[in-house]
Every structure is written in structure tokens, then in C-alpha cells.
Design a protein around this ligand. Structure first.
Ligand code: URA
Length: 256
């Protein structure tokens, strides 16, 4: 028979479960505990922590972001949780990039090109985003790119609130798995969904927010910049703010 849980551990567990429930996560896995010796080279910081949770039940199935992302993708499956699965989406667009990225970009929803290719930001707006990333001295492979929702809305309409609510818990898990140093929310839908603030973009951008312990900046969506290129200058200011935070070199002539 299983031995009763130590009261301190029980409390820690229930706090942790509540925290995940608040994020919209209800499915947990129980994994056999791996014994890692400090000199095996495999012992991670989290495995060595003295938290009572660390040496008993791991609620986050793994601290390895590659495995964590794979498990999240498996959980999503051939998703039918919201109406978008029967409104013409070809495939789920999960996210792409470095599972250990320091910087994460979050857009709104896949469009036609993304739905076709199964990868976020690969159409015209995606090409502009790729150029923005390059201007920061980074590559698409170094960052992680995802969207608030993972299925294309019909006729590229804006995602409905309930679609965002249904889908975003998976994004929360991706953010937790990747644990970036900074997040850039692209456009109003991403910003308002993540921050739960209803304000115009001009007020949302240009400053840092604390998103569950991670720094988050808001900037214009590349699709908007294609329609109004005059805002590229402001966007570049936002990206420079992010570059400074990440310790990336900001070209001298653009520092004014
Ligand atoms: N716009 C988005 O918000 N996301 C994409 O993946 C493509 C276009």
C-alpha cells in the first residue's frame, strides 16, 4: 500500500496543482523518478533542488524543454476542442524554433500559408518577422515563434475570445517549457490575450510587462507593418529595448 503523504509535501503539491489549474492545465503525468548522481553529468539544477516536490512527484513531466514540447504537442493531438477544427483548418500550427530560446515571439493565429506549411509566420508577414529577427542579430532558429491559437480561423478573421481561452493553456505550457528571458507579443490580439489589458497598441507598446515572472514587450504585428510601414520605426525602438535586455549589441547609429 502507498505510504501516506507527508503533510508538508501534500500542501506543496496542492499549491502546485492550483497554480497549474490557474494556467488552465488539468492533465498531469506521473513519471518514475530517475536517480541522477551529481557526477553523472545528467543532474540538472531542478533535480538537485531541495524542494520536497523535486524528489517525489514531478508535476511538470520533465525539465527538458525538448521532451516537454513533445508532450505538449502530443496532448494537443488532432485537436477538436474548439470550433476551428471543423472550419477548414488543414493542420495544427504548434510553434517553431529553439526549445531553449531566450526570446519568444507570440503572434495571433496562423494564416493560409501557415496552415498549409504547419509553421507559424511563413507568409508575407512571416518574411517581415524573419527580417526583424535578423535585424536584431538573431536567426529564426535561435528564437521560438508561436501564436495565441494554433488553428487558422476561417477567412483570417480574428480569433474569438473562447478560441483563445481554449487554446492558450497550451501556449502557457510552451512558455513554461522554453522559459525564455523575454517574450515579444506581436499585435493587439497577442498583447491583450496575454496581459488581459484592453488598451490601444500605441499605449501597450514601448515598455516592459511582467508576464508570470518573464519580461514581456508588446510591438506592432508584422501584418500591420505591411499595411502601415511608417510604424516600423517605432517597432525598431521596441526591438532595441528587447535587444538591450538580452545583452545584444544595438547598432550605434540606431541608438538615438
Ligand atoms: N500572423 C500571425 O499572427 N501568425 C502567423 O503565424 C502568421 C500571421
Amino acid at each position: 500500500m502507498a505510504s501516506p503523504l507527508d503533510p508538508q509535501l501534500r500542501r506543496a503539491l496542492s499549491d502546485r496543482v492550483r497554480y497549474y489549474n490557474d494556467l488552465g492545465i488539468y492533465d498531469f503525468y506521473r513519471q518514475p523518478i530517475q536517480t541522477l548522481s551529481a557526477d553523472s553529468g545528467l543532474a540538472t539544477e531542478s533535480a538537485r533542488t531541495t524542494s520536497p516536490l523535486a524528489d517525489s512527484v514531478k508535476l511538470n513531466p520533465t525539465s527538458d524543454p525538448v521532451t516537454a514540447l513533445r508532450l505538449i504537442r502530443e496532448d494537443i493531438g488532432d485537436c477538436t476542442r474548439c470550433r476551428l477544427h471543423k472550419q477548414g483548418r488543414k493542420q495544427i500550427v504548434f510553434g517553431v524554433g529553439n526549445p531553449r530560446a531566450e526570446l519568444m515571439f507570440i503572434g495571433e493565429a496562423p494564416g493560409a500559408d501557415e496552415d498549409e506549411r504547419g509553421e507559424p509566420f511563413v507568409g508575407r508577414a512571416g518574411q517581415l518577422l524573419t527580417n526583424m529577427i535578423k535585424a536584431m542579430g538573431l536567426s529564426r532558429e535561435e528564437v521560438y515563434i508561436a501564436n495565441i491559437i494554433k488553428c487558422r480561423p476561417p477567412n483570417n478573421r480574428q480569433p474569438e475570445r473562447d478560441e483563445c481561452e481554449t487554446c492558450s493553456p497550451f501556449l502557457m505550457r510552451q512558455i513554461e517549457a522554453i522559459s525564455p528571458k523575454a517574450i515579444v507579443a506581436l499585435g493587439a490580439v497577442a498583447a491583450k490575450t496575454l496581459l488581459a489589458i484592453n488598451a490601444p497598441m500605441s499605449e501597450l507598446r514601448g515598455r516592459w510587462y511582467d508576464f508570470r515572472g518573464t519580461k514581456l514587450a508588446v510591438t506592432y504585428h508584422p501584418a500591420f507593418l505591411l499595411r502601415d510601414p511608417r510604424q516600423k520605426k517605432e517597432t525598431w525602438k521596441d526591438l532595441q529595448m528587447v535587444m538591450k535586455e538580452l545583452g545584444l549589441e544595438v547598432p550605434a547609429k540606431s541608438q538615438e
